[in-house]
Design a binder for this molecule. Sequence first.
Ligand code: KIV
Length: 270
Amino acid sequence: MGSKEIKKVTTHVLHEMKEKGERISMLTAYDYSFARILDDAGIDVLLVGDSASNVMAGHQTTLPITLDQMIYHAASVVRAVSRALVVVDLPFGSYQGNSKEALNSTIRIMKESGAHAVKMEGGKEVKESVDRILSAGVPVMGHLGLTPQSIYKFGTYVVRAKEETEAKKLIEDAHLLEDAGCFAIVLEKIPAKLAGRVASELKIPVIGIGAGNKVDGQVLVLHDMLGFTKQFNPRFLRRYLNLYDEVKASVGKYIKDVKSLDFPNDREQY
Ligand code: KIV
């Protein structure tokens, strides 16, 4: 089944893709215009990531973005999509340490944006929230490895789970999330061998970012892969465009045309 033939991507479709060995494509999206293009191109999953805090709002970390802001981005993406599964990040402070708040935040996201699922960072420590959200019928995607909402605990964005103790906890957490009922898990910036092991042990799809190619799918931050963010250069990032320079050159040309009275010309006016 070629990905473009699928009418609507559901969590069930993702499981079938894993069973067939068909890789899952996922990108972040935060607005209507880009989401429309990505959906039309045939992307399987759109993640309204809290990376919006960085690439849309210019914050240093993902921590400042609010639930209201995530809902605004998610609703814009949902309006554009007819095929992809739309997953929304629960932002920092909207779920940690309080499963009732986690459910309330999820209900707001689902009702106010029309998204299809939520994602949250963490393993054992968020299990109660995962259970509560799933009991309300909302699909949950897990996120392990480098979890950017915990950046001040980690202190750095280096590769996670290189040491045996952390790798062991990650494997346990992945199984715990699968047993709890998560429909998929993101593994961020961990050794490829470890990610491959997790993907082969779990029945649910494992989507990697900086986690090698032995997993069931890949996700990148849209603005990074399109080359809007020049200063961010991790090894795992493949850039498909250099939009920063291209947009800058086009705007430079527009400025020149306006200043030189070249724009608008006779055919561009009434
Ligand atoms: O917010 C985000 O963009 C993410 C991806 C890096 C997986 O969580």
